[in-house]
Design a protein around this ligand. Structure first.
Ligand code: 13P
Ligand code: SF4
Length: 309
């Protein structure tokens, strides 16, 4: 039996669902029941009737699914699937920071640990950050963490000052401006689209800025047939399937790597074999201590509620 057949068989017999992020390897995206951005994945996790959630993504995503489903088993193919952005915001240091500004609303980007979420008022993702920030009354000052690039972008969009945590994603900070500009001079008819985790100078070159799902929708709806895509290169798989007649070039990375693009090594530690094994043995499981889970649930639920409005 092939690994794919084994996964299908296990999935049915155990009533499991596979949720995958766009940055996962193509073969994982293909076997998933749902592929989406962080918001879509949390929404799916919140509504699933499955008994086991196999999270083909990174730790904070699986943790969010577990917080939403304390009674279900949530498994992650490889526990080493972390996130540089989540790591840039240790909960104890963040608590000291938040304690200095008691009158502030605390908005945290979903790319953070459950402990950090537990210190928040509302969680957000890249696709609803604007709406979430705007939901806070103007007179209430805001702390935004951990992504400073998304925070700066939202500050510019809303004209609202926020206290930013100094965190970032190493993948979205790996784009080379120099190489990007030389690509643009070679292909002047290409449109740059970018993820808001990218640095300000990259965002300034973009004709569209959005979450992974929003970038795919934009490419589908836009008649331009040529794009330079500034986000993790895994997105190109789904994007290209959606727009087969469009030419997509990944934005160039500072690193001299094999694909000359930006790849998240955390996302890529998950493989089809590990996915099969975690479904078979139901490990490694995501566990969140009860008191943290309870505190982190409220700001996640608030995000889901505001997103529905
Ligand atoms: P979205 O898919 O929500 O845009 O998030 C991107 C990302 O970096 C996830 O780690
Ligand atoms: Fe974290 Fe960046 Fe990887 Fe997303 S792409 S999981 S933000 S390190």
């Amino acid at each position: 039996m092939s690994i794919k057949d084994e996964i299908e068989r296990l999935k049915k017999s155990k009533n499991a669902i596979i949720l995958a992020h766009y940055y996962q390897r193509p073969e994982i995206q293909e076997i998933a029941d749902y592929v989406g951005d962080s918001l879509g994945l949390s929404q799916k996790a919140a509504e699933t009737k499955a008994d086991i959630i196999v999270f083909a993504g990174v730790h904070f995503m699986a943790e969010t699914a577990k917080i939403l489903n304390p009674q279900k088993k949530v498994v992650l193919p490889d526990l080493n699937a972390g996130c540089s952005l989540a790591d840039s915001c240790p909960a104890d240091t963040f608590k000291k920071f938040v304690d200095q500004y008691p009158n502030h609303a605390v908005i945290t980007y979903v790319n953070c640990s459950a402990k950090v979420k537990a210190l928040s008022d509302i969680v957000c993702t890249s696709s609803n950050a604007l709406k979430i920030v705007e939901s806070v009354p103007k007179e209430i000052p805001i702390i935004f963490a951990p992504d400073k690039n998304l925070g700066k972008y939202i500050m510019e969009k809303t004209g609202r000052k926020m206290l930013l945590w100094n965190g970032s994603c190493l993948v979205h900070e790996a784009f080379s401006m120099e190489k990007l500009l030389s690509l643009v001079s070679k292909y002047p008819d290409y449109n740059i689209i970018a993820h808001p985790e990218s640095e300000e100078h990259i965002l300034k070159t973009a004709s569209y800025i959005g979450s992974t799902s929003e970038m795919i929708t934009y490419v589908k709806q836009n008649n331009t047939k040529k794009f330079i895509v500034a986000t993790e290169a895994g997105i190109l798989h789904k994007m290209q399937l959606e727009v087969p007649n469009t030419t997509l070039i990944p934005a160039p990375s500072k690193e001299d790597n094999t694909c000359a693009c930006s790849e998240c090594s955390y996302m890529k530690v998950n493989t089809l074999e590990k996915l099969r094994d975690c479904l078979l043995h139901e490990i490694p499981q995501i566990k969140v201590p009860y008191n943290i889970s309870k505190k982190a649930l409220a700001p996640i639920k608030r995000m889901l509620e505001i997103s529905r409005q």
